[in-house]
Structure formats: structure tokens, C-alpha cells
Design a protein around this ligand. Structure first.
Ligand code: GDP
Ligand code: IMO
Ligand code: MG
Length: 435
């Protein structure tokens, strides 16, 4: 429901037992989904967060951009910790993140940064690096749309087609990448083809037509849980463009990203944290920053919430809860229930603030402004709540929460117009309130 890292991994793991399969439909290894079980932490990037339940189907859909090296590392890491990965299935039509996509991502970011620094150095909505994860996501999706040189998982199993596609892709990239340091190896047709064939052999036992698989499951009355990566405000169409990722992160991405018609989707659980965070550049009206009191509050939330990226380790930008944004996300996704995470992190503040409107162009509005330049100019208008000092991490029912925490939750429900079905009070699977 926000800019990513809301705790999707935790919530997917929590509700996975009520489903027969968990499917990822967008994004790639830019995602970092953490699951904590009895104190043991697992960081998932490409593998669906249902994998910790033995032999549960964990499906990587066609809408994902798949980095075979990252996937193999993840499989090896899970197996070495005794996790059964036999339920993992990869779409034959998922696009592959190639070595040159990562080189392109980095080169593009470096040149945007250079351009910004050569001007006045300030980030603007036009001249700024996006702050990508440099996992090759944007270039891989761009290649998909360009079509001719794009490599899909099925191509990794067909040496002739593969070599041809890689040759075409590399021929068109040489001009833009050749001067970049360290990229020569990513533009060597024979070397990249060998790498890709090897990746294909590793993937072969997991590759299936996941469109038929998923539709057959749905038709047979099985329950499929679709796990989004990134966040609605990072959605390429509905997010704070251009400071977004390359895919459709919202519920609308399920159709193209899996082949399951979106009208088959029933419940939509919107995962949101009790405040806001963002990684990378782009506007964030409620950001708590600077040398004053706001910056100190931001630091405190960052430390208490351990707000450092699961994928890149970058400190996350932190701010008060922005309900204008969450309400917008609920509209885009047709959210039927909210999962509110990190409530424990907000304990101990004298006042907790919630943004319910923006002031923009001299007027108050409760509309989100997905245009980055407009959102940068918006000033948050807050409703203040007295904070709660009690540690809530041991609460296991709504009734065990302090009244002020309950009031905070009720305010969210009323403002967004969607009930909070799940409250998370700590990272562990057990630290959850569902009643
Ligand atoms: P995702 O990308 O949406 O899956 O979220 P991440 O896993 O990247 O980031 C969420 C972080 O918060 C992880 O470190 C989780 O272990 C942790 N987390 C999840 N829920 C809670 C919670 O209710 N309280 C606290 N303190 N941490 C949580
Ligand atoms: P999960 O699934 C937070 C952000 C990046 C950057 C922008 C574009 O863990 O919530 P990209 O590499 O995708 O081209 O970067 O999007 N971003 C995320 N931020 N959580 C994520 O995933 C993100 N995936 C991408 O920081 O600002
Ligand atoms: Mg994350």
C-alpha cells in the first residue's frame, strides 16, 4: 500500500497456510521480503514467501523478471538451512535479467547522478538518478517491451534461439554501453550464451507453463495467494512516476503477470506499515528529515524499526503515516482488508502524527498526487494522536492493545474505509493479532 517494505513477506508467510499455492506476479530481485520464524530470519528476493511450508507450490509467474544467478543463490541458501524447495515452479515465459541489464541499470543511474551534480546538485523531479536497486529491473522490462532481443526462460532451454537473441541484444547495446568500465564481459556473445545455457540447465526441472497451471488450480477450487513485490506507489503506471519501478505492482498486475483473470481475485489484503518509508529518490510528503526535531524522530523510527533495506542495505527514508497515499492505494487495488505492520515501532512517542490531507497550490486536498513534481510541492496536513508508551509486542488480541493504539487503528479504518484484519506487532510470525 506504500513504497515497499511494508512487511509483505511476513503477511504472505502468515496467511500462506490457508492457500494451496503462492505466486509472485511482478518485479524481480529488487524485492526483499523478510520472514522471521521463531527468531530465524529468511530474506527472500525472487522466491515466493510461502516457500517455508514444505512442498507448498511456490510459483514465479511470467510477469517476474528473473535473475537466474540470484535465484540459484536463494535456492542454495534455503536448502543449506534445511528448507524444502521442491514446490518451486518457474514460468517458461518469465523474462530473464541478463548481465548487460545490470550494467545498463548502473550506467544509467551513474550518468543521471553525474548530470545532477553538474547542475546544482539538488534532486529534482526531472534530473535525478532514481536510486534503483541496480538489479537490472528497468532495462529487463524495457527489453521485454522492445521485444527483439529479449530472452525468456523458455529461450534458455533452446541454444539456437538463445544465441540469436543474445547477439541481437548485444549488437544494439554496444553503442550505449561500450565506454562504461567493467561491462566488456556482459557484451561478449559467446560468454553470455554459455552463462545463459548453464542457467537454463539449472532451471529446467522447475520450468512449466504457469498460466495453465494457475488457471487449472483456480478452476479446481484451489486457493492461490498472489504476492506483490515493491509497492503500489512504485507501480509504473500508478506510482510516483518517474520514481517508480518497472512493473505493475498493484492488483492490476496479476492479470498480465500470471494469466489469471483479475476478476477471479477475491480478497485483497493491503499491507501497510504504521508509518511511511521509502528507499531511493522521489517525493515523500511526510518525510522526517533534517537536523531538527523531525530528523531526530525519523532517526528513532529508523532505529526502532530497523529500517535498512533487505536487498541493498540502504537506510530507508522515514516519515509519519500518509493516509492520503494509503487511501489512494486502496482505491487502485480494491483493497478489502488491511494488514497493519510495525505498530510496535510507534510505541514511546509523545505524539503520533497522521497525514490526512495535503496543501497544494494554495488549497487543501485529500487526493494523492502521483505526479512527482506536484507531490514534491505538497505540504502534509496532520491529525495528531497522543502516543502510547506501552510495549505492544506481546499483545495477541486487539483487546490487549492500549486504548490509544486501538484509537490509532480505528482512525485508519475510518479514514481509509477498509477494516484492519491483521495487526503485526513484531517481525516474528507469532507476533501477530488476527482477532
Ligand atoms: P517487504 O518487502 O514488504 O516484505 O518488507 P521487508 O521484509 O523488506 O521489510 C519489513 C521489515 O520489517 C523486515 O525486517 C521484517 O522482518 C520487519 N517486520 C515485519 N513486520 C514487523 C512488525 O510488525 N514489527 C517490526 N518491528 N518489524 C516488522
Ligand atoms: P519490496 O518488495 C522498496 C525502489 C528502489 C527505487 C525504485 C526503482 O522489498 O517491498 P528498481 O531497482 O526497481 O528499478 O528501483 O524502486 N524499490 C523498492 N523499494 N522495496 C522494494 O521491494 C523495492 N523495489 C524497488 O529503491 O527507488
Ligand atoms: Mg522489502
Amino acid at each position: 500500500m506504500q513504497w515497499g517494505d511494508e512487511g509483505k513477506g511476513k503477511i504472505v508467510d502468515l496467511i500462506a497456510p490457508q492457500h494451496d499455492a503462492v505466486a509472485r506476479y511482478n518485479g524481480g530481485a529488487n524485492a526483499g521480503h523478510s520472514v522471521v520464524v521463531k527468531g530465524e530470519r529468511f530474506s527472500l528476493h525472487l522466491i515466493p514467501s510461502g516457500i517455508l511450508y514444505p512442498s507448498k507450490l511456490a510459483i514465479i509467474g511470467n510477469g517476474v523478471v528473473l535473475d537466474p544467478d540470484k535465484l540459484q543463490q536463494e535456492i542454495d541458501g534455503l536448502r543449506s538451512r534445511g528448507v524444502d524447495t521442491s514446490g518451486l515452479i518457474v514460468s517458461s515465459r518469465a523474462h530473464v535479467v541478463m548481465p548487460y541489464h545490470k550494467a545498463e541499470d548502473a550506467a544509467r543511474e551513474d550518468s543521471l547522478k553525474k548530470e545532477r551534480l553538474s547542475r546544482d546538485g539538488e534532486q529534482s523531479s526531472v534530473v535525478s538518478e532514481i536510486g534503483t536497486t541496480r538489479r537490472g529491473i528497468g532495462p529487463a522490462y524495457a527489453e521485454k517491451v522492445q521485444r527483439s532481443g529479449a530472452v525468456r526462460v523458455c529461450d534458455l532451454l533452446d541454444p539456437e534461439t538463445l544465441r540469436e537473441k543474445i547477439s541481437i541484444a548485444i549488437a544494439t547495446k554496444r553503442a550505449s554501453l561500450v565506454d562504461q568500465p567493467g561491462v566488456a564481459a556482459t557484451l561478449d556473445v559467446a560468454g553470455v550464451t554459455d552463462w545463459a545455457l548453464h542457467a537454463g540447465e539449472n532451471l529446467r526441472p522447475m520450468v512449466q507453463d504457469t498460466t495453465y497451471l494457475l488457471n487449472n488450480l483456480v478452476r479446481a477450487g484451489k486457493k492461490v495467494l498472489f504476492e506483490s513485490a515493491n509497492g503500489t506507489l512504485l507501480d509504473v503506471d500508478h506510482g510516483t512516476y518517474p520514481f517508480v519501478t518497472g512493473s505493475s505492482c498493484s492488483v492490476g498486475g496479476i492479470g498480465p503477470g500470471t494469466g489469471v483473470p483479475v476478476q477471479r481475485v477475491g480478497r485483497v489484503t493491503g499491507v501497510m506499515k504504521a508509518y511511511s518509508t521509502r528507499v531511493g529518490a522521489g517525493p515523500m510528503p511526510t518525510e522526517l528529515t533534517g537536523d531538527g526535531e523531525d530528523g531526530k524522530i525519523g532517526d528513532r523510527i529508523r532505529t526502532r524499526g530497523r529500517e535498512f533495506g533487505t536487498t541493498t542495505g540502504r537506510p530507508r527514508r522515514v516519515g509519519w503515516l500518509d493516509l492520503v497515499a494509503v487511501k489512494y492505494s486502496a482505491m487502485i487495488n480494491g483493497t478489502t482488508g488491511l494488514a497493519l505492520t510495525m505498530l510496535d515501532v510507534l510505541a514511546g512517542f509523545d505524539t503520533v502524527r497522521v497525514c490526512t490531507k495535503y496543501e497544494f497550490a494554495g488549497k487543501q486536498t485529500d487526493r494523492f498526487l502521483p505526479d512527482s513534481a506536484s507531490l514534491s510541492a505538497a505540504r502534509p496536513i496532520y491529525t495528531d494522536f497522543p502516543g502510547f508508551s506501552e510495549d505492544v509486542s506481546a499483545a495477541r488480541s486487539r483487546g490487549e492493545l492500549p486504548p490509544r493504539a486501538r484509537a490509532y487503528i480505528e482512525f485508519i479504518e475510518q479514514t481509509v474505509g477498509v477494516p484492519v484484519d491483521i495487526v503485526s506487532v513484531g517481525p516474528d510470525r507469532a507476533q501477530t493479532i488476527t482477532s
